[in-house]
Design a protein around this ligand. Structure first.
Ligand SMILES: *Cc1c(COP(=O)(O)O)cnc(C)c1O
Length: 378
C-alpha cells in the first residue's frame, strides 16, 4: 500500500512514479466543465494522492494534507466552538500545548491539561463533558503509553470525539482508528516523510462526514500543503515500513545497551520488558518504534559533554528521519515549558532523547559508548 498506491496510475503516459502537478490552477474545458480540479488550495492530484494513501494506511474514510503538523492539530481544533472543552495530555508536544493555550486564551474554546494515565484525573475531566479528547502515545520525551481503546471508549460515552497524534509511531506501528479514534493527526515531517527535508502534516478522519468538514475548513483557512512537499512526502512514504522496521530494531539494541550502562540511571523505551508502558504498548502497537530517552547519571556538564561528543548522532530537534538525532529536552524541545512544568511532568535536566536512524548498529553503539565515556570524564 505505502509502496504501491498510485503507482503506474498516470492516465496520460503510464508514468510509474505519480506525476507532480506543480500548478496553482486548472483550466476549465468549457462552461461549468472541468476535470475535477479547479485551484490547488482546494484540491491537487499530487496532494490528494498523498491524502488518499495516508487514509488507506490509517484505515480512515478520508484525509487532509496540511502545511505542517501544527496546521493539522489546528485543523482538528477548528471543529470546536466557544466554551467547548478540549482535554489534552499534560505532557503533550510543546507546540500543541502552546497552540491550545493560545486559542484558549482568546476564548475560542476551553482546555484541561490532564494526565490521561491517571484514572481519577481522567474521570474528573470527562465529567466536564469535553467535545474533544486529544491523545499522544507514546508521549514526548518520556515515552509514556496511553491505552487508546480505553480512553476513546470513555470519551465516546461522554459524547466526546477522540484525536490521536500518531506522529511517534506512524501507521506502520499503530492504527488508532481501529482502536476507536475519530481522528489521527500526523506531523508528516517525522516518520511519514522520514528524510528531514519537508515540514508537513495530515489529519485522517474515521468518518467521511468528518473528513468532509476538515476538507472544507482547510480550504476556507488555506492550510492545505504544497504539491511539491506532497510529492517529496509521498516519495518518503514509499519506504515507511522497511525504514521503521530497521530503525526500531536499532532502537531495541540501543535501549538494551543503555539499560546496562553504569552511567545511565533510567531508560524510557516501551520495548523494554521493565518499562511501565510495555504491556499496553505490546497490545496496541505492532512494534515499539525508534524513539527513546534516558537519564544520564551526572549534572548538566555531563550532559554537555555527552551531546558534544557524539559524531554519528546529530544534536538537533525533530525526529523520525533516516539520520540519528540526539536532543536535550530541557534546553531544546521543552525549554519553552519552563522549569516548573518540566519538573511536574518528570522531564529532568539530565534527560536525553534519541531518534534512532538507519545507520549501522555498530556505528551507533560505538558512538554512544564513546560519548558516555566523554560524559564520565572528571
Ligand atoms: C513535530 C510534532 C508536531 C508538530 O509538527 P510540525 O510538522 O513541526 O508542525 C506535532 N506533534 C508531534 C508529536 C510532533 O512530534
Amino acid at each position: 500500500m505505502a509502496a504501491s498506491n498510485g503507482v503506474a496510475a498516470d492516465r496520460a503516459f503510464k508514468a510509474v512514479a505519480p506525476p507532480l502537478y506543480l500548478t496553482s490552477t486548472f483550466a476549465f474545458e468549457g462552461y461549468e466543465r472541468n476535470l475535477g480540479h479547479e485551484y490547488t488550495r482546494t484540491s491537487n492530484p499530487t496532494r490528494d494522492l498523498l491524502a488518499e494513501t495516508l487514509a488507506k494506511l490509517e484505515g480512515g474514510a478520508g484525509a487532509v494534507v496540511t502545511s505542517s503538523g501544527m496546521a493539522a492539530v489546528d485543523l482538528v481544533l477548528s471543529t470546536l466552538r466557544p466554551r467547548d472543552l478540549v482535554v489534552a495530555p499534560h505532557d503533550c508536544y510543546g507546540g500543541t500545548q502552546r497552540l491550545l493555550a493560545a486559542r484558549c486564551d482568546r476564548e475560542q474554546f476551553d482546555v484541561a491539561f490532564v494526565d490521561l494515565g491517571d484514572e481519577a484525573a481522567l474521570a474528573t475531566a470527562l465529567r466536564r463533558k469535553p467535545k474533544l479528547v486529544l491523545i499522544e502515545t507514546p508521549s514526548n520525551p518520556l515515552m509514556r503509553v496511553i491505552d487508546i481503546r480505553a480512553v476513546a471508549e470513555r470519551a465516546r460515552e461522554t459524547g466526546a470525539k477522540t484525536a490521536v497524534d500518531n506522529t511517534f509511531l506512524s501507521p506502520a506501528l499503530q492504527q488508532p482508528i481501529a482502536l476507536g479514534a475519530d481522528f489521527v493527526i500526523h506531523s508528516t515531517t517525522k516518520y511519514i516523510n522520514g528524510h528531514s527535508d519537508v515540514v508537513g502534516g495530515a489529519v485522517i478522519a474515521a468518518a467521511s462526514a468528518d473528513a468532509e468538514v476538515l476538507r472544507t475548513w482547510a480550504n476556507i483557512a488555506g492550510t492545505t500543503g504544497a504539491p511539491f512537499d506532497a510529492h517529496l512526502t509521498l516519495r518518503g512514504l514509499r519506504t515507511l515500513f522497511p525504514r521503521v522496521e530497521y530503525q526500531q530494531a536499532n532502537a531495541m539494541i540501543i535501549a538494551g545497551f543503555l539499560a546496562q550502562h553504569p552511567l545511565v540511571a533510567a531508560v524510557h523505551y516501551p520495548g523494554l520488558e521493565t518499562d511501565p508502558g510495555h504491556a499496553i504498548a505490546s497490545a496496541q502497537q505492532s512494534g515499539f518504534g525508534a524513539m527513546l530517552s534516558f537519564e544520564l547519571k551526572g549534572d548538566v556538564d555531563a550532559v554537555r559533554r555527552f551531546v558534544e561528543a557524539v559524531e554519528v548522532f546529530t544534536l538537533a530537534e525533530s525526529l523520525g528521519g533516516v539520520e540519528s538525532l540526539v536532543a536535550h529536552p530541557a534546553t531544546m524541545t521543552h525549554s519553552g515549558m519552563g522549569a516548573e512544568s518540566r519538573r511536574a511532568v518528570g522531564i529532568t535536566d539530565s534527560l536525553i532523547r534519541l531518534s534512532i536512524g538507519l545507520e549501522a548498529q555498530a556505528d551507533l553503539l560505538a558512538d554512544l559508548d564513546r560519548a558516555l565515556a566523554a560524559a564520565e570524564v572528571r
